[in-house]
Design a protein around this ligand. Sequence first.
Ligand code: GLN
Length: 236
Amino acid sequence: MSESTVRIGLVLPDVMGTYGDGGNALVLRQRLRMRGIDAEVVEITLPEPVPELLDIYTLGGAEDSAQRLATRHLQRYPGLQRAAERGAPVLAICAAIQVLGHWYETSSGERVDGVGLLDATTSPQDRRAIGEVTTTPLLPGLSAPLTGFENHRGGTTLGPEARGLARVTRGVGNGVGDGLEGVVQGSVLGTYMHGPALARNPELADFILTRALGVDHLEPLDLPEVDQLRRERLRA
Ligand code: GLN
């Protein structure tokens, strides 16, 4: 590893990582390597403290009980919070949005204090949101429709410090009737999209990479198989 190696934290893949969400870290690493930039994935598992000096952090979705274990761990070892404060990009998928909020209620109605990185709260909705989700991004710098697979019962309400990542055109998204999907606050970006999200949405992957590298622009990668995947999923 050289000093310029980009280090991508895959946070608690042993408890959070449904539907291949760990793939988001691999997509980031691969898109860097294809551009000749050294990159490695650092897995942070349950017994370990969360390091604060990585360049990017990704967190995946989880079932309620695993989600609670992860919440406790992140509160005990606040490396992620310190990294976000200094502006390191954090990608939070599904349950991870809920964990990073002020609090969330489990499907049995119990309220759990979150990490407080996002001005967001989550409560169970009457119906589980499950299926394809397609959205139009609201975040400046993104223009392509976003595509993912959602499976959650929690509905997330955003407070004034947080903004929606996108507007839902198909599916449920945050699920509280405001038409929004995902959340953006500072360097933290959350979405209910599994997929993994960054395999389906290369523009979003490169958005995170430009922020991590502190550059305005990255040369696009010509990957016909990714275009084909997008066409297929956007039609599904
Ligand atoms: N347990 C959470 C919910 O159902 C998150 C699920 C997930 O991450 N897929 O809302």
